[in-house]
Design a protein around this ligand. Sequence first.
Ligand code: AMP
Length: 602
Amino acid sequence: MNILVINCGSSSIKAAVINGISGNELLTMKVERIHDKPLVHINGSTIDCIGSGHEAALNFALPLIKDHLNEQTLSGVGHRVVHGGNKFDMPVLINEEVEKVIKEVSVLAPLHNPVNMLGITVARSVFSDLPHIAVFDTSFHQTLPRRALTYAIPKQLRDKYAIRRYGFHGTSHEYVVGLAADYLKADLNALRIITCHLGNGSSVAAVEYGRSVETSMGMTPLEGLVMGTRSGDIDPGALVHLALEEEMTIKDLSQMLNKKSGLTGLSGVGNDMRDIVEKSSKGDDDCRLALQVFTHRLRKYIGAYTAVMGGVDAIVFTGGIGENSAVIRHRSTQRLDYLGAVLNEDKNNDVILSNEAPVQDFAMNHSRVRLLAIKTNEQFAIAQETVRIIEKKNKVNTKPTIPIAVSGRHIHLTQEAVEALFGKGYELTVKAPLSQPKQFACNEQVTIVGPKNKIERVRILGPTRSKNQLEISRTDEFFIGIDAPVRASGKVENSPGIKLIGPKGTYQMKEGVICAWRHIHMTPEDAQLFGVEDKDIVDVEVSNGIRPLTFGNVLVRVSSKYALEMHIDTDEANAAELPRYSEGVLNKTDGSAKLITKKKKH
Ligand code: AMP
């Protein structure tokens, strides 16, 4: 599976042919000086381009790739697209409809999306027989909860202009958390990871159990950390002040914030971290300040994201600076003992990453939090995603239907909790069997008591389990005054607790209140039929409701103990106005923007 990966940026065009399975690179190409006299560097030789500008450069350079490939066949083309707005939460096979949507969201990234689109248009005409896949910088962060993505400005303006936080560098954040989980031999769904992508552009992400829940870049890639030439966070009031006092125009401000700020603005010696580290050691005060501001802000984010996730298991450093600068890693991770991260200075100084050894741990052995330097590879990540979409395209069987069940609030209890609530030695009694084998609704009910309200007669589902788990809807959460995370069943770590009242006593659940991630139970045979695997995330189309709709982000759970059924909560069913006994079909990857499935890598 050799994939042509194209990154058509505003000042350069980069392309590579990469094996989407092994990562072997067969060809590299870079076009520079696009607006002047473009130069094409391809596999070690340099060729003058005829004409100038993106379109001429692409039309000249892409056919050269074809000439260089000889007999090596390409299986597909992966395109980096900077902004997917809120339209794409995963890579997608490009067709006319997808192109239209990418153009629509270009208003959010006027410097990037139009040139990305040009790359797609020219490549689709040069490589017209191949499937083309768009991979978005924003899509990994589409799981950000509302509280994290909303700016506190008037709703009417937010809605009208789609002003919200989107986050970027998603391909890199997702790639390195995958490598981190592999390295730690842990399930990604059991880890809380803070990823620091520190390059010319920099961002941090909080990845909680495989989902991005916070990230430092916002509506544009300007928010957050100090970057090569970008300011990152700044009080918007300072900009108003500059506009008034210095009479700076919007264009001036944009130029200042994007091109003249960050490390460049602070250090006075440019955006190269190597120079800044070097000069700071020789006494240059501006370079010292640049280092301090850069790492101080990063430490602030690490602390904040630990708080957001209620803890952290690994902190990852990647990107040109994160991979190569022991000084920055040291300054950012020293004195983090309070959150369980203890730096090993020798190991940090010795980090050298390579394709063969892309991950190194630089924490002390006794450090509870692992500190990892990881070599990112966005091009390979795009090639991998492209292969995945091509493979899925042929695989998903769309014909069998999936029954949909609405699960109301309910609780699973341990025997200990049952006895505390119903008396010593008490055993749950069966009211009615459930569709999942050996599961039953009990006659017993409990009262749940939140800080704001209580809810009586919450049904217990049997049999008893090893962990307590209360599954409620968002509406319930607000009613009782509790903030519960969206989780797959069984993932109760670090979720809130709640007080329960039964006829014979009370019981304090220490954790276990969750809002269930909508999911499909299926057997391994079903999974084979649908062409999906455990922990895949799929879209399910439902057409027998009031109107046709698609449930995105549905978790697949495969076990021989399950029967085929999709579970949604009451809020979701009410919003969708689903009749009883609804059925859905898995969306197929037939090229339409919304019809996609995604396999989580872990
Ligand atoms: P990227 O955008 O990921 O290619 O990263 C580019 C940044 O990485 C530049 O600021 C480089 O100065 C920085 N970088 C590369 N090598 C080192 C190094 N050994 N020490 C510090 N910074 C480095």
